[in-house]
Design a protein around this ligand. Structure first.
Ligand code: CFM
Ligand code: HCA
Length: 523
């Protein structure tokens, strides 16, 4: 796969390619700059901040400070769905920008930004406005934070900025970090009103793509567990301001939101652990873990009852697709968590993931936190302002005492049992970080997986080579795939994709005649 690269590139890429050993995960060079010339699938820091983490908050008014393109490409392409209750406001269908032109690039864009904030306030009267800096803003040095502070004083609403210039990190990952810091600093902890419920949690790292968060929310509700806030899927400003009042944070996409989980633990004493609602077996495991944490017989019994009910419906569907899918293979190259999480769904179906990799995850997402020494693992965080977090006297319900925690852990419970992708993949499967277009083509030629899960940039290359591609970012307009109901949707779709004969009928046009006839030159 690396043969065509020049020696220097080959040497660097080789550090991001390995054969897995689950017992002792080898070290991978993740979260490093993509080598120029390689066609990567990665996105930028602005995408990670505005697009991913904070963009889904539906009644915060998001203003992109920059030329029109950045705003246009973050306009509803991610399928982070919102269904505000009647009377609630939803700005997600809008895409607001300062539309910077040459004049602003030369003379500065601060005045235009201040005017845009005033105009947006006059029209929409939002509770909060978030401003996002794009590459040119950082290059010319506009001080968006001062503009936001002055506007906040003038208009009396919450206004804050994110220095998430696209070039800042090596991928969208830096944008997650910047967004987490900003949301924590400017929103979390503003309203101390807790929800009136027995088991209160936040679902962190779930973005409601194709309605996933709704599936998870309704499953948890069936069990008697109350979700105060899902960060950041179908969430309001007001929910974010109160999310420090919960008893527990559960984290699904660790890559994008581990910073928030850590900061909330440090400041408000809220414990957290990882869950995964992608896959039926792992959904059941996650529910049991939450029940164990709360240590309530009532909750444990209810969780077992719900799992039994859901599995009774799901089992015949799973067994039916298994009869056709057992033994088939998948490859997964997605973002910073799905290339790991979706392996559980394929496992449910009897399918094996033979190759996987993230676009931008860090070493801990591959190798597991436990195997990493306590070194600074976020290579890109050098550009990011570290915010100091101190313990806050506000505690909304007694957290577990050290004695209770010791008893929990003696019973086999672990908070930080986060293992990463490699420990859960079989021996000698391929792990490839930041895969390129060329490498995907070679992977298909050599390994011929029955299905590939990836993104929109690779999808059509894969399908032209005769392999079905499930788009695992925005789900090809499908989904939800989370929890038990979502799993059934996924099984059925993948069954259709890997068992149809249509892919065998595809011959890539260049296979017949690799030359493209030149068009006659018009005189
Ligand atoms: Fe987390 Fe995500 Fe992902 Fe991600 Fe993304 Fe996404 Fe993704 Mo696209 S937050 S890391 S930055 S699970 S947008 S909802 S699908 S690359 S694997
Ligand atoms: C992003 C968003 C993205 C892109 C998906 C893709 C998403 O990274 O800015 O490349 O297909 O999920 O929409 O990850």
């Amino acid at each position: 796969m690396l043969k065509i690269y020049p020696d220097k590139t080959k040497k660097k890429r080789a550090k991001q390619f390995l054969l897995n050993d689950p017992e002792n995960p080898p070290q991978i060079a993740a979260n490093t700059r993509t080598i120029p010339g390689i066609i990567t699938q990665r996105g930028c820091t602005y995408a990670g901040c505005r697009g991913v983490v904070i963009g889904p908050m539906h009644d915060v008014l998001h203003i992109t400070h920059g030329p029109i393109g950045c705003s246009f490409y973050s306009w509803q392409t991610r399928r982070n769905l919102a269904r505000p209750t009647p009377g609630q406001i939803n700005y997600l269908q809008y895409s607001m920008t300062t539309d910077m032109m040459e004049d602003e690039i030369i003379f500065g864009g601060e005045k235009k930004l201040a005017a845009a904030i005033r105009e947006a306030y006059r029209i929409f009267k939002p509770k909060a406005i978030a401003v996002y800096a794009t590459c040119p803003v950082g290059l010319i040095g506009d001080d968006i934070h001062t503009v936001c502070r002055l506007a906040k004083e003038e208009l009396g609403i919450n206004i804050f900025g994110f220095s998430c210039e696209g070039y800042k990190g090596v991928s969208q990952s830096a944008g997650h970090h910047i967004a987490n810091n900003g949301v924590f600093k400017h929103m979390v902890g503003l309203d101390d009103t807790p929800d009136d419920a027995e088991f209160r949690i936040n679902m962190l790292g779930e973005y409601n793509i194709g309605g996933d968060a709704w599936e998870i929310d309704s499953l948890l509700r069936k069990c008697g567990i109350h979700v105060t806030a899902t960060l950041s899927g179908d969430i309001s400003y007001e929910q974010v301001t109160r999310c420090h009042t919960v008893d527990l944070n559960i984290v699904q996409c660790h890559r994008s939101i581990n910073y928030m989980a850590d900061m909330m633990e440090k400041k408000f004493g809220i414990p957290w652990f990882k869950v995964n609602f992608i896959g039926a077996e792992t959904t059941a495991k996650s529910l049991r873990k939450i029940a164990k944490y709360f240590d309530s017989k009532k909750l444990t019994d209810r969780v077992e009852e719900v799992i039994a009910q859901e599995m009774a419906v799901l089992r015949p569907i799973r067994d039916d697709v298994r009869s056709r899918c057992q033994g088939k293979t998948a490859a997964l190259f997605v973002g910073g968590s799905r290339a790991h999480h979706y392996q559980d769904l394929f496992r449910d179906m009897g399918m094996k993931t033979i190759a996987a990799g993230y676009e931008f995850a860090h070493r801990d997402d591959y190798e597991g936190r436990a195997v990493l020494p306590t070194i600074k693992i976020d290579a890109d965080s050098r550009n990011i302002e570290e915010i100091s977090v101190e313990a806050d006297p506000r505690r909304f319900r007694a957290r577990k005492t050290p004695e209770q925690n010791a008893a929990l852990e003696a019973g086999g419970f672990t908070y930080k049992d986060y293992e990463g992708m490699m420990k859960e993949m079989s021996k000698n499967t391929l792990v490839i970080d930041d895969i390129s277009h060329h490498e995907i083509e070679k992977l298909i030629e050599i390994y011929k997986p029955d299905v590939i899960g990836s993104g929109i940039k690779e999808k059509f290359i894969i399908e032209k080579l005769g392999v079905p591609c499930k788009q695992l970012h925005s789900y090809d307009y499908g989904g939800p795939y989370a929890a038990f109901t979502g799993a059934a949707n996924f099984y059925k779709e993948i069954d259709r994709m890997v068992n149809t004969k249509v892919w065998k009928l595809v011959t890539a046009p260049w296979k017949g005649d690799p030359t493209v006839p030149a068009r006659p030159v018009l005189k």
